[in-house]
Design a protein around this ligand. Structure first.
Ligand SMILES: [Zn+2]
Length: 256
């Protein structure tokens, strides 16, 4: 238990020093890590570590080519506490469920939640680098890279690989037969699908009155943006949380 606490603190501190986490993000990472470590042991921390390290590498990868995307997405740079909760909050719920019931379904849900978060992160971090502009769900119109609710072929391939990588990484600690592995992969991937659907429909979008760009930001070019579509309370963090939560719930109903 003490070792888990120490390792979690070191990781959070490194994340803070490397500017992957804000101070609030680092504190919440410690809380998340300790709860997950308490419930799932070293496996829980290991899987969280695989998500963290590969997602950080993905966002640093060709970051200079992603500058235009920073104009569109709501939050950029270091992750704050709300962002950590949006991605890890479901992991905390799974950890609590497993602690209280010892039911293996919560372990599967945990794997699915990390797979969904990784799939989504890889999809957006790599997808914005696609040579062709992404197409918006439903309308299939080309939009700017980084627009929520839009998909590119490269981004889709990477999100499929991201979910697969997490489920395969679990094999080091957890025994999964082929059918279970494929099921967890597919359910993890459903998180990305939910994310895209919510991003295309209910996520709030604004337009800059200066440059005319569609954006998720309240302020653009130092001027408040005007509301275009979506629910005003529904930002990127809510969409992330609900998509991971949705995938975990699908897992619960399949295996519970
Ligand atoms: Zn602007």
């Amino acid at each position: 238990m003490f070792a888990i606490f120490v390792v979690t603190c070191i990781v959070a501190f490194l994340g803070y020093r490397l500017r992957s986490l804000t101070l609030s993000g680092a504190i919440l990472t410690v809380i998340t890590g300790v709860l997950i470590g308490l419930s799932f042991g070293w496996f829980g921390l290991y899987l969280l570590g695989v998500f963290f390290s590969t997602s950080s590498l993905a966002s640093k990868y060709r970051s200079r080519d992603k500058v235009s995307v920073d104009e569109i997405v709501e939050k950029t740079g270091a992750r704050d506490a709300i962002q950590v909760l949006a991605n890890g909050g479901v992991g905390i719920l799974c950890a609590l469920g497993y602690l209280l019931t010892d039911d293996v379904v919560y372990l599967y849900m945990y794997i699915v939640s990390i797979a969904a978060a990784t799939s989504d992160t890889w999809g957006s971090e790599f997808g914005v680098l696609a040579k062709r502009k992404p197409r918006f769900m439903f309308s299939f119109r080309e939009v700017e890279p980084g627009t929520s609710g839009a998909v590119s072929t490269f981004g889709t391939v990477m999100s499929v690989l991201g979910a697969f990588m997490i489920v395969c990484s679990s094999l080091l600690f957890v025994e999964l037969d082929l059918a279970l592995l494929l099921a967890l992969w597919g359910i993890g991937l459903s998180g990305s699908v939910i994310d895209t659907l919510l991003g295309a429909t209910v996520q709030r979008k604004f337009r800059c009155t200066v440059c005319g760009k569609l954006t998720e930001k309240n302020i653009h070019h130092q001027v408040p943006t005007t509301y275009v579509s979506g629910w005003r309370v529904f930002g990127n963090d809510a969409v992330n949380f609900l998509s991971v939560f949705g995938a975990a719930m699908i897992c619960f109903f399949v295996f519970g």
